[in-house]
Design a protein around this ligand. Structure first.
Ligand code: NDP
Length: 434
């Protein structure tokens, strides 16, 4: 804590991982040697930079940009770019740290990184968004590259923003290689990448349910968020027969006891994906109830899929879900449950998957995008989707393997942390003290 003052999210993520790894490390002391843990909690490089740009009124705006290059032990740094006013060093360091283990879990050769800016895209014109993206890349470009660091999207950064950043990157580098994933299909993007995190989260939850002889069919599901991850989690859960009852955003929660339909989802996408619309407008359009300032967790469900942001589900929310009989919680977002909430789920015997396992489908498909770009080919939707499913099943199997407790129950938290750690740590030990 002394080394990282004012970085609560980073300390939270490190605490969660180290606490869960500790018994394993005690059984395998080689992982406590060579300063391995001290090195692992220190990003290899942190870049902070000024982003100045001119708004539509001719005023100069100044934001702060970041790229955290956490670990290159198993491949080029890889992780998304987030544009949100809450972005700071602590949030991005936590995300880059988590990303390192998540990427290892996918089994693809990707290291961990994360970046972003405190820029708030809400209320900005399309021209301002483009100018900001270009200004951001005018510094970022010297730190990234197809074999160095390959960013993607995250909160506030979707296909449009990736397009502007990849375009500026090409102009500055005079190269067309794959420096961003999540690109448009016309210039090297992969089919299924937009869907991948949401689909992958549901594939993972489905594997969890199978261990109890259950499936999504007929289950009540709550989803939080209404952005990229949430939308495709809704779509996949619905297609597996679940009744999805909630979505939310930073203004409140929509509760719809009739459940989502493909038509309602199309309306949600129309509202949210243009000009940062509000779920309250969506609720009005489909005649559903909107509860302002409230999160979805008081609604009784069988499965909860938090897909918005970090620390959006606290120990009281966990208690409400448990009391209402939730059987499975799979995180689409990164660290949406607080440490106490996660512990409460595990103590109550709820199937609980941390984001680094259940939301790894997004970065896995980014890895598949990198492979397709390197081979200069593109795979069909079916092929990418099949690989995504296979990767999620592989991560689930790894969690079972490393997370089995002596009483026969499974801790997905321990499983994911240990499986990711072993791969990164073994690579680091082999490569010497660097
Ligand atoms: P989007 O920007 O598409 O959507 C974010 C959603 O979360 C919006 O509904 C937004 O509401 C809500 N949200 C954001 N911040 C807050 C907040 N402070 N309080 C309440 N709601 C909030 O982002 P994504 O869907 O891409 O990302 C969602 C989560 O999934 C993040 O944790 C991200 O790191 C994680 N993730 C994303 C991946 C991807 O491939 N995109 C991959 C793996 C993880 P509003 O519109 O009101 O801001």
């Amino acid at each position: 804590a002394d080394r990282n003052p004012g970085q609560p999210e980073f300390l939270q993520a490190v605490t969660e991982v180290i606490e869960s790894l500790w018994p394993f490390i005690e059984r395998h002391p080689k992982y406590a040697e060579h300063g391995l843990l001290d090195r692992l909690v220190e990003p290899e490089r942190v870049v902070m930079f000024r982003v100045s740009w001119v708004d539509d009124h001719g005023q100069v705006q100044v934001n702060r940009g970041y790229r955290i290059q956490h670990s290159m032990a198993i491949g080029p740094y890889k992780g998304g770019i987030r544009f949100h006013p809450s972005v700071n060093l602590s949030v991005l360091k936590f995300l880059a740290f988590e990303q390192t283990f998540k990427n290892a879990l996918t089994t693809l050769p990707m290291g961990g990184g994360k970046g972003g800016s405190d820029f708030d895209p809400k209320g900005k014109s399309p021209a301002e968004i483009m100018r900001f993206c270009q200004a951001f890349v005018s510094e970022l470009f010297r730190h990234v590259g197809s074999d160095t660091d390959v960013p993607a999207g995250d909160i506030g950064v979707g296909g449009r923003e990736v397009g502007y950043m990849a375009g500026m990157m090409k102009k500055l580098s005079n190269r067309a290689d794959c420096v961003f994933t999540g690109k448009g299909l016309s210039f090297g993007g992969s089919l299924i990448r937009p869907e991948a995190t949401g689909y992958g989260t549901v594939y993972f939850a489905n594997e969890m349910l199978k261990t109890k002889g259950r499936s999504f069919n007929g289950l009540r599901v709550s989803v939080s968020g209404s952005g990229n991850v949430a939308q495709y989690a809704v779509e996949k859960a619905m297609s597996l027969g679940a009744r999805v009852i909630t979505v939310s955003d930073s203004s409140g929660t929509v509760i719809d006891e009739h459940g989502f339909t493909p038509e309602k989802l199309a309306i949600l996408m129309e509202v949210k994906n243009h000009n940062y619309g509000r779920v309250s407008d969506y609720a009005q359009r489909v005649g559903a109830r909107f509860e302002p300032g409230v999160r979805p967790w008081h609604v009784p469900v069988d499965v909860a899929l938090p897909c918005a942001t970090q620390n959006e589900l606290d120990v009281n929310d966990a208690a409400a879900l448990i009391k209402n009989g939730v059987i499975c919680v799979a995180e689409g977002a990164n660290m949406p449950a607080t440490i106490e909430a996660a512990k409460a789920f595990e103590a109550a015997g709820v199937l609980y998957a941390p984001g680094k396992a259940s939301n790894a489908g997004g970065v896995a498909t980014s890895g598949l995008e990198m492979s397709q770009n390197a081979m200069r080919i593109s795979w069909s939707r079916e092929e990418v989707d099949a690989r995504l499913l296979q990767i999620m099943q592989g991560i689930h199997a790894a969690c079972l393997h490393y997370g089995k407790r002596s009483n026969g129950s499974v801790s997905y938290v321990d499983g994911a942390n240990i499986a990711g750690f072993v791969k990164v740590a073994d690579a680091m030990l082999t490569q010497g003290v660097i």
